[in-house]
Design a protein around this ligand. Structure first.
Ligand SMILES: CC(C)(COP(=O)(O)OP(=O)(O)OC[C@H]1O[C@@H](n2cnc3c(N)ncnc32)[C@H](O)[C@@H]1OP(=O)(O)O)[C@@H](O)C(=O)NCCC(=O)NCCS
Length: 256
């Protein structure tokens, strides 16, 4: 298994994984209560969101991939994997087994380095946003509850609770194929982002699901905010992890 930056062809598999992985997620149960019956609609929503975040400035998606041959050669080092294909000069077939979507907030030089967007990406982002507007207007996502979405919005769920910390990496999604869960894939995907935050000496932030919360706390995340959502049994904690070298941190100040 290895971690690499996502490419467009990874997203159909990543969207399928999301459907299985979020089947019992408390947030999606609320926003997309019909996802169980309307799986293709829910998958479509996940796919559109992955594609959009792939072309928005500051968003980075990492995928965990394994290879067919690696599955058979349990424990074989990466360089030996796919040696037959390697001899024929072919890349081994890779399968996406998990992904993490991060967003670099801030205005520092380090942040701006992650926030580039080509003209082609800008155009694609406009087309994808138009598609989202169309889907919302005609209520084509049959997995979603627009009413519950509006209720969450009205309660401030979508506001940026970390706005006072301008320089940071924010984790939007961490998803592992249920078949591969509890094998360290989630922790490895998480580490990739945390290493980058350590390098840049900025904190890492996220909203934790119940399943993932122990994993986050084990590696140094602490409660930043507990949002009270009246009438909803779902107080997803907002967590933060400070870099290990706080005296040099850029957190709390925009370096312009
Ligand atoms: C959260 C998730 C990404 C973890 O992936 P993973 O590959 O299983 O993670 P790891 O094996 O690296 O670490 C697992 C740790 O997470 C926690 N965990 C993962 N699945 C769990 C479950 N079903 N029940 C309780 N704890 C769980 C445990 O602390 C576990 O450590 P342990 O195996 O030593 O007890 C995966 O469960 C998932 O995709 N869940 C659905 C989507 C989700 O909730 N994402 C997080 C959004 S904030």
């Amino acid at each position: 298994m290895r971690i690499r930056r996502a490419v467009t062809s990874d997203f159909p598999k990543a969207a399928s994984i999301s459907v299985a992985a979020f089947a019992k997620d408390e947030l999606y149960h609320y926003t997309n209560p019909y996802a169980g019956q309307q799986q293709s609609s829910f998958r479509g929503f996940m796919l559109r969101r992955l594609k959009l975040r792939n072309v928005l400035p500051g968003y980075i998606t990492w995928v965990a991939v394994t290879t067919e041959i690696q599955d058979l050669q349990d424990g074989a080092p990466d360089q030996e994997v796919g040696s037959e294909r390697g001899r024929r000069g072919e890349e081994p077939d890779e399968t996406v087994i998990g992904y993490a979507v991060w967003n670099r907030h801030g205005k520092s030089a380090a942040a701006r380095g992650w926030q580039t967007q080509s003209w082609a990406e800008w155009l694609e982002s406009m087309l994808l946003k138009t598609q989202d507007t169309y889907v919302d207007f005609f209520q084509l996502d049959k997995s979603a509850s627009p009413c519950n979405m509006r209720r969450l919005g009205a309660m401030g769920f979508f506001r940026d609770e970390f706005a006072e910390i301008p320089e940071r990496w924010h984790l939007h999604n961490l998803v592992v194929d249920p078949i591969y869960q509890r094998g360290g894939v989630g922790a490895k995907l998480l580490s990739r982002g945390l290493e980058q935050a350590e390098l840049e000496k900025v904190p890492t932030t996220l909203k934790a699901s119940t399943v993932a919360e122990p994993l986050y706390r084990r590696i140094g995340f602490n409660t930043f905010l507990l949002m009270d959502l009246p009438g909803i049994r779902m107080g997803l904690p907002s967590l933060i992890r400070w870099p290990s070298n706080p005296e040099n941190t850029e957190a709390g100040s925009s370096t312009g």
